[in-house]
Design a binder for this molecule. Structure first.
Ligand code: SF4
Length: 378
C-alpha cells in the first residue's frame, strides 16, 4: 500500500517528488495538520480489498474487509490489480521456483532518508529481479513509474531486505492505476538505483531533513500542505506582474507564450488561496480587508416534488414528467467496466475535443490546425 495512506514520516515516500524538488518544504509542512480526504479514505478501502483478494488468490489467510466505499467499480478495479499482480508472479515463477512474495511489506529506506519508511503493496523477488508493485486507486492524475522517487524509495527498502539473501541485478517498479488504465513499469539495474540513491537522494534528503536548500515552486506544490500560504509559490505566480510597466504597450509573442505557460498553475494557485481564505472566513470568522461573506446565488426549486405533481395534475396538466438516461459514468459504475464495454461499447462515441493549446510536454499528439476551424472574422 502506498505509505501515503497510513503513518507518515517527515520525509515520506509519497512526498519525495516534492521534498526532492523543494527541500525546505518537508519541515515547513509540519506546521500544518495532515490533510485527509474522501479520496484518501476510498483509496484505503481499495487497498484493503486488493490486499485481501491478492492474499486469497495466493492461498494466504485473510479476512474480507468491509467498507462503505465498496462498490462494483472497486470490486472490478481490485480484480484487475490482482490479475496484473498474478501475471507478474507467474512470469517470475517461470524463471525461479523459490520466489519470495510479500504483501503489505514495511520497507525501511532509512539508510538513505532519515527515518524513511513506507509500505510496499507487493514485493516479489527471486529471479535476479526485484519487483515492487504499487496500487494507486486515484483517477485524478496519471502517475508514471518512470524515475518515480516514491517507487525508487520502496525499491531501496526492498533491496536492503533481500540483498544478502538473493543475487539481485535488476529492479522493476510497477504502478497499477486501474481506473485510468495506467499500468506503468520502470526498470533499472541495481547499480543505477544505488547510484541515484547516493548521488541524488541522500544529499537532498539531508537538506530536507534540516529544512535547508532553496524553495522551488512547481507542479509538486499541488499537494503541499503549505501551498496556500507559501511565499515562494506566490512569488513564482506573481512573476506575471513583471509585464506591468514594460514597453512596448503590446505584449510580444514570446511574452504571450510565457503567460500561457504560467496560466494553469496561476489559476490553481488562485483557487487554493480563495478556498483557504473562504474556509477561514466561514469557520473562524476571519475578516479579510475589502471582502465580506455573502450567500451565493441559487436557483428556484420545488419544495416537494410529489405535492407539485399532484397539484399540477389536479389543474389538468399531464405532460409534466420527463425521463432521461443515467450518465455514462453512472452506467459504467452500475454495470462494471467489462460489462459496460460488452453491452454498450459499440454505442458510445467520443466527440472530438475542443482545440486547446497545451505545453509541448503534454503526452497527447499534436494536431495540424484545419484552416476553416481557425478562420476568424476580419
Ligand atoms: S508550496 Fe511549493 S514552493 Fe512552497 S514549500 Fe510547498 S512545494 Fe515548496
Amino acid at each position: 500500500m502506498s505509505g501515503s495512506y497510513n503513518a507518515h514520516s517527515v520525509l515520506s515516500a509519497s512526498g519525495a517528488h516534492r521534498w526532492m524538488d523543494c527541500t525546505p518544504s518537508a519541515l515547513l509542512e509540519q506546521q500544518f495538520p495532515n490533510e485527509t480526504s474522501i479520496f484518501a479514505e476510498e483509496g484505503t478501502a481499495a487497498h484493503d480489498l486488493a490486499e485481501h483478494k491478492l492474499k486469497k488468490a495466493l492461498k494466504m489467510r485473510s479476512k474480507k474487509p468491509t467498507s462503505k466505499f465498496h462498490s462494483d467499480e472497486m470490486d472490478e478495479m481490485t480484480d484487475l490489480y490482482v490479475e496484473y499482480c498474478l501475471g507478474i508472479i507467474e512470469n517470475a515463477k517461470e524463471e525461479c521456483q523459490d520466489l519470495q512474495i510479500l504483501i503489505e511489506q514495511k520497507l525501511d529506506f532509512s539508510d538513505y532518508v532519515p527515518e524513511g519508511f513506507g509500505t510496499g503493496d507487493l514485493v516479489v523477488v527471486g529471479n535476479g529481479t526485484l519487483h515492487v508493485i504499487d496500487l494507486k486507486y486515484g483517477r485524478g492524475v496519471v502517475v508514471s513509474a518512470e524515475k518515480n522517487p516514491q517507487m525508487m524509495l520502496y525499491a531501496l527498502g526492498a533491496l536492503s531486505l533481500f540483498e544478502m539473501l538473493y543475487d539481485i541485478e535488476k529492479v522493476s517498479m510497477t504502478i497499477i492505476q486501474p481506473r485510468v488504465d495506467n499500468f506503468s513499469t520502470y526498470e533499472v539495474t541495481v547499480d543505477e538505483l544505488l547510484n541515484w540513491a547516493e548521488q541524488e537522494l541522500k544529499p537532498k534528503a539531508l537538506l530536507a531533513s534540516n529544512g535547508d536548500g532553496e524553495f522551488c515552486a512547481g507542479d509538486h506544490c499541488r499537494f503541499c500542505r503549505a501551498r496556500n500560504q507559501c511565499r515562494a509559490r506566490a512569488v513564482k505566480n506573481l512573476e506575471l506582474l513583471k509585464y506591468e510597466f514594460q514597453d512596448p504597450a503590446l505584449l510580444l509573442d514570446e511574452e504571450v507564450a510565457e503567460i500561457i505557460g504560467l496560466a494553469d498553475e496561476l489559476s490553481k494557485w488562485a483557487s487554493d488561496i480563495y478556498t483557504y481564505a473562504t474556509a477561514l472566513a466561514i469557520n473562524e470568522g476571519k475578516q479579510w480587508a475589502g471582502f465580506k461573506l455573502v450567500e451565493g446565488r441559487t436557483r428556484r426549486k420545488y419544495a416537494d416534488e410529489d405535492v407539485v405533481a399532484e397539484k399540477a395534475k389536479e389543474a389538468g396538466y399531464t405532460d409534466i414528467f420527463k425521463q432521461s438516461l443515467i450518465s455514462i459514468t453512472e452506467m459504467e459504475k452500475l454495470m462494471g467496466k467489462k460489462k459496460f464495454k460488452d453491452i454498450l461499447g459499440d454505442y458510445v462515441e467520443k466527440p472530438k475535443g475542443k482545440l486547446a493549446l497545451v505545453p509541448e510536454t503534454d503526452k497527447r499528439e499534436a494536431i495540424e490546425p484545419i484552416e476553416a476551424e481557425f478562420q476568424v472574422e476580419n
